[in-house]
Write a protein that binds this ligand. Structure first.
Ligand code: AQP
Length: 337
């Protein structure tokens, strides 16, 4: 990562239910490393969550629970700005401006909309369709230079870069930096434990497809035991896992949690049964995830504490958002009073 005094990280997580191992390894673990080196803004992106209907009282709980998840995973809310997106109205304001910069043809290429809307796309919300423009607004509002995300968000990041370039070009300014994605090298996409071709996700029906950060030790052990693998021993070469996505996924998860390369893990595990890997993986998952889950549960008992974190973060985010939005309005040609 090329760091300069202007470097700034932005990333968001939707409050749509239990955080899972994919959110942790693909995004939040990276946030914790980054905040040690660079100014970071992390948002609980509630405006994104409502692109699919959310029960209002559940949404409130989920906003607080996601905040608890950030803190439990090790984020320092005194250092980084942690806030919920809807409390800084400039996100929606810039989202509209960017709706007018972004092109319908660009939107139509977004694969996540196609996946999420499925066959029923005529009935999907317009918000779900223009979600990537709001994501671009989240990032560009703070003139963020780096965005840590899972591999599933890569296409939206590319769109953000196109929108930033088009805005700068249309208005003949050099206002928005072109943000760089920061995608975990050793594990960019954690896959479902039941189907190695699908990403681990909150909305997948089967609980056995994912490890939630609040799972108990027993649940983790049971889920890993039931995870799909291979009847043959672990091969020595990565190439031999080409058609075995579930087996590769478990090895990737284990490598990421133990901070080893997949090649090193395979060197150590070659010839052993997958049951051996499953035992070791369960141990390392229990050691990593259970303390986080315990902390989330503790923090959830103190809503006021969590609300204070969001309130303080909102005040700090608003200062940057207002300053940049005022400038954007001036560039676009609006009159502000
Ligand atoms: N399986 C995954 N592997 C790696 N990274 C992942 N992320 C999500 N799933 C995986 C990353 O986590 C961050 C926050 O994701 P999000 O909650 O904002 O949205 P999402 O990608 O829509 O998460 P889900 O679990 O898949 O939710 P649903 O089921 O509601 O769609 C992002 O950086 C994302 O890349």
């Amino acid at each position: 990562m090329n760091k300069s005094s202007k470097s700034l990280v932005f990333s968001g997580v939707q409050p749509t239910g239990n955080l899972h191992l994919g959110n942790y390894l693909g995004a939040i673990k990276n946030f914790v490393d980054l905040e040690k080196k660079i100014t970071c803004i992390f948002s609980v992106v509630d405006l994104h969550a409502i692109t699919v209907f959310q029960d209002p009282s559940e949404l409130k709980n989920n906003i607080l629970e996601t905040t608890a998840g950030f803190v439990a995973c090790g984020l320092d809310f005194k250092k980084s700005i942690i806030f919920n997106q809807s409390s800084v109205s400039e996100h929606a304001e810039l989202g509209w401006v960017l709706n007018c910069i972004s092109r319908v043809g660009w939107m139509n290429r977004m694969t996540q909309f196609k996946e999420k809307a499925g066959k029923n796309k005529e009935n999907a919300s317009v918000g779900l369709y223009v979600y990537p423009n709001l994501m671009a607004a989240d990032i560009l509002l703070y003139k963020a230079t780096h965005v840590p995300v899972g591999d599933d968000q890569k296409q939206h990041l590319e769109l953000t870069r196109d929108i930033a370039k088009k805005f700068n070009n249309d208005f003949k300014v050099n206002f928005f930096p072109i943000p760089e994605p920061l995608i975990q090298k050793n594990i960019s996409r954690v896959m479902s434990l039941r189907d190695g071709m699908k990403k681990m996700s909150k909305s997948e029906d089967s609980d056995y497809s994912r490890i939630d950060l609040q799972d108990s030790e027993d649940e983790i052990i049971k889920k890993i035991k039931k995870a799909k693998t291979d009847s043959l021993p672990i091969p020595a070469k990565l190439d031999d896992l080409k058609n075995k996505p579930e087996a590769l996924n478990l090895l990737n998860i284990y490598s990421s949690l133990t901070n080893k390369s997949i090649e090193k893990t395979m060197e150590n595990m070659a010839g052993k049964d997958f049951s051996k890997l499953k035992n070791e993986l369960s141990d390392v998952l229990v050691a990593t995830i259970c303390p986080i889950g315990k902390k989330i549960k503790e923090l959830k008992n103190d809503n006021q504490y969590l609300q204070n974190i969001l309130k303080d973060g909102t005040n700090r985010a608003k200062i940057i958002a207002k300053k940049n939005m005022d400038k954007i309005k001036e560039i676009v040609g609006f009159i502000s009073y």
